[in-house]
Design a protein around this ligand. Structure first.
Ligand SMILES: [Cu+2]
Length: 336
């Protein structure tokens, strides 16, 4: 018998909440009844290490610490809102903060950050606006801020800002799109891998359509110091969006600012389940390059994704590099 929405709300409590996902009637006629069948002779392929519990997470060793509350990291996926362009330069403080970050339950790294978080603060401006970026270096090593995009080459951020010193960078925002920023002091992969990256949104003069906007920045952490990543995160915390899904109203426009800041892995990707998206590579064109359910990105490549989730439910997202997905980078978007 089909469950109708009003019946589910009538159940109340946890049972009602769990029932929500099954509450919308299947629109394509009767589902086929499951058939029973006889098992063949097994070939002996070992599946003893597979998760047998249907409720198991994809990577139980790569979850957020238990003390982390829902909403506690929402600021990291919420870009600052669009505001009208101004003749006064926008100022951003990306000063270096050396800190200890718990990137998964019980797994801590000594990180270099811009402003204390990974990724660093989102820089947002309209194309043509002037931006002033302050880098105070209170750490024990030299650092810098290098912005992708187009700007005066004297402001390119490849020169060292020594320990105890500071520097102002002055840029004109452009071109329209999504551009990462990161430290460019060698060994470059080590500085980026230890957390020194963030992103800049450059809005067009005519703003993009109103949407539910999110930042998803993929990065990896080498927790044992062997030169390869052990934990992969969206916005710096393993498993956060598996435990606390992004929430959007069904049918409304969603926009994701997506960056791949994983070093030194050569490629990563973003795959959305059960829906396809318009893909704007680097966000530099207002016309989508492709309509797809997966985008592959090399280091520092980025994209703006736009889509609507037409039906209520849980839509999974993850890199299609399964090692990354199973080490912290699995997540959900829930359409409500
Ligand atoms: Cu650095």
């Amino acid at each position: 018998m089909a469950i109708r929405r009003r019946d589910v709300f009538g159940l109340g409590g946890i049972a009602g909440a769990l029932g929500l996902l099954a509450a919308v009637e299947w629109p394509f006629g009767k589902r086929s009844a499951a058939k029973s069948f006889t098992l063949g002779t097994p070939l002996g392929i070992d599946c003893s290490s597979d998760a047998s519990d249907a409720a198991a997470t994809y990577a139980s060793r790569f979850v957020p610490p238990g003390y982390l509350a829902a909403g506690s990291r929402d600021a990291l996926h919420t870009p600052p809102p669009w505001t009208p362009p101004s003749a006064v330069p926008r100022e951003f403080d990306l000063s270096v903060v050396e800190t200890s970050l718990e990137v998964a339950d019980g797994q801590t790294v000594a990180a270099w950050t811009y402003g204390g978080t990974v990724p660093g603060p989102v820089v947002r401006a309209t194309v043509g606006e002037r931006i002033k970026v302050f880098l105070g270096n209170r750490s024990n090593c030299a650092h810098s801020v290098h912005f992708h995009g187009a700007h005066d080459v004297s402001q390119d951020g490849v020169a060292r800002v020594l320990k105890g010193e500071s520097h102002w960078y002055e840029l004109e925002a452009g071109p329209v799109g999504l551009h990462p920023y990161h430290c460019h002091i060698p060994p470059y992969a080590r500085h980026v891998g230890k957390g020194m990256h963030g992103l800049m949104i450059v809005d067009p003069l005519e703003p993009r359509p109103a949407a539910h906007e999110f930042v998803l920045s993929l990065c990896g952490f080498d927790t044992d110091g062997d030169g390869s990543n052990d934990v992969y995160t969206w916005n710096g915390m393993a498993g956060y969006y598996e435990r606390f899904p992004l929430k959007v109203p069904a049918g409304e426009l969603v926009r994701i600012y997506l960056t791949n800041m994983v070093e030194p892995d050569p490629i990563a990707s973003f795959h959305l389940h059960a829906q396809t998206f318009d893909l704007y590579r680097s966000g530099t064109s207002m016309t989508p390059a492709e309509h797809t359910d997966i985008v592959s990105l090399g280091p520092a490549e980025r994209a703006i994704l736009e889509f609507r989730l037409p039906r209520r439910g849980r839509y999974m997202f993850h890199p299609h590099q399964s090692r990354m997905a199973e080490r912290g980078a699995m997540g959900w978007i829930v359409a409500i």
